[in-house]
Write a protein that binds this ligand. Structure first.
Ligand code: 13P
Ligand code: SF4
Length: 343
């Protein structure tokens, strides 16, 4: 056993003992480091984690992920204590706040749209203040796992959809449904008014790394390969894929393929790296990129961070606990509850 492995084993032992003593639930998103996923009581995609952690019988949630995920649990279950070993913020979620949201609506109003004619959907990768703003305009949240269902619901409202903050997911939903998408800040007023879905110009820096030439490279090398991507990828990549889904959906799809079937996956490195063992000593699972697509903020959390927040709780000097202003809490919950009712 290496020194690092021995250290990890000791840390894991201490974490488990403290979790038991404090009666906490350790929750981790699939993009977390291997040793954290291995230790967690609950792993999942954004939808599963917000739902399952909020209804768990534990009152203390130790959430390893990015800030909007821990916030979502606190929003849905305000009576629980939610503590994050790292207050790491998803770079996409940081691309919009309530002020930018208001400015976007003002721009659309200046183009001639009335507020009542706009139906906002915010991707769950946004902070609670933005979710609250969306709820106040009658809108709701979606995740990558339920985006098509929520999009169908939004279409039925007979308004223009304002999709935020991920322009790629918004464009991918519109394209899959034969609807016209436009991009606020890039497209002219005429193009925006002529579109069905107006996208905010946010994106995931990790999923931008996958390109059509990566798909072409793998298809020319292995003609029978399956291409699997997350819907945060650009539409030029999504339209070339055999399967598009949330992190959970990707895991299920790939793990149900025969081991001999080659697959190249366009999502975060830690998840792809854990997906499947080699087949007869041959690698059949590939990362759909020549560079390493690691989410810097997801990778910030370490075992030591988990131990540190637990020790601080034991000491009654909590650190990194999630708190929300009461009106943000109330409205963000409405936006998330509307989504959960439909999914
Ligand atoms: P999932 O909801 O699919 O887990 O995705 C979250 C995310 O941040 C992907 O980059
Ligand atoms: Fe945010 Fe992208 Fe990281 Fe997901 S992979 S948490 S969208 S920065």
């Amino acid at each position: 056993m290496s020194v690092n492995e021995a250290d990890s084993k000791v840390l894991c032992g201490e974490i488990k003992a403290l979790l038991k003593k404090l009666d906490g639930l350790l929750v981790a998103h699939f993009y977390q480091k291997d040793e954290i996923v291995a230790l967690a009581d609950l792993c999942g995609d954004s939808l599963e984690l917000s739902r399952k952690a909020s209804v768990s019988d534990k009152n203390l949630i130790i959430f390893c992920g990015v800030a909007f995920m821990g916030q979502s649990v606190k929003v849905l279950a305000p009576q629980k204590r939610v503590v994050m070993p790292r207050l790491a913020c998803c770079s996409m979620a940081r691309m919009i706040d309530s002020e930018y949201y208001d400015k976007s609506i003002e721009t659309l109003e200046a183009y001639g749209l009335k507020r009542e004619e706009i139906f906002p959907i915010t991707y769950i990768n946004s902070n609670a203040d933005v979710k609250a703003k969306v709820a106040q305009m009658g809108g709701l949240v979606c995740t990558s796992a339920n985006a098509h269902k929520i999009f169908d619901f939004a279409k039925a409202q007979g308004k223009k959809i304002f999709f935020l903050p991920d322009r790629c997911l918004g464009e991918n939903l519109a394209r899959a449904d034969g609807k016209k998408a436009s991009l606020l800040g890039r497209d002219s007023k005429e193009v925006i008014l002529d579109s069905d879905v107006i996208c905010y110009d946010g994106f995931c820096s990790v999923h931008q790394l996958f390109t059509p030439s990566d798909v072409a490279f793998y298809r020319s090398k292995f003609p029978d390969i399956k291409i699997v991507v997350h819907p945060e990828c650009d539409s030029s990549v999504v339209e070339l894929a055999d399967f598009v889904g949330s992190t959970s959906q990707i895991i299920t799809y790939v793990q149900n393929l025969p081991l001999a079937q080659r697959v190249a996956v366009g999502t975060e490195f830690n998840l792809v790296n854990r997906l499947r063992p080699k087949y007869n000593g041959t690698q059949t699972t590939f990362v759909l990129s020549s560079s390493k697509p690691q989410c810097p903020t997801m990778n910030e959390t370490t075992l030591q961070d988990i131990l540190d927040v637990l020790l601080a709780l034991e000491d009654d000097k909590p650190i990194n606990e999630v708190f929300l202003e009461s009106s943000v809490q109330k409205w963000a919950k409405i936006a998330l509850d509307r989504m959960l009712e439909l999914s």
